[in-house]
Design a protein around this ligand. Structure first.
Ligand SMILES: [Zn+2]
Length: 103
């Protein structure tokens, strides 16, 4: 009976299959963790922020739900030119909501 040298090296093709499945599962877990911990994606959108906190709407904008300040600055998520914008309260420093710029 011929023994496939490669199969012998990896301990049979079953091990290779399990290794491949392991890599796939690990990759899926890493992607899940990244999505869960992504600051931008876990910040509510402007629409959600206003819907969740109607009291934050001032008429010509929104204010911070934590300290009431209307002084909100937007900054790029990953650099100043990033179209993904996070809106941060200048007073208490908390991130309030996100928008996507069209510039
Ligand atoms: Zn604030």
């Amino acid at each position: 009976m011929d023994i496939d040298p490669f199969a012998q090296l990896v301990g049979g093709y079953d091990n290779l299959l399990y290794f491949g499945l392991g890599v796939l599962v690990l990759g899926a877990m890493l992607r899940w963790v990244r999505l869960r911990t992504d600051v931008y994606l876990n910040t509510p959108t402007y629409r959600n922020y206003v819907a969740r906190h109607p009291e934050a709407a001032t008429g010509d904008g929104v204010k911070c739900i934590h300290c009431g300040s209307a002084n909100i600055r937007n900054r790029g998520y990953q650099g100043e030119q990033d179209r993904s914008r996070l809106h941060v309260c200048e007073s208490c420093g908390r991130t309030l909501y996100r928008t996507t710029s069209s510039f």
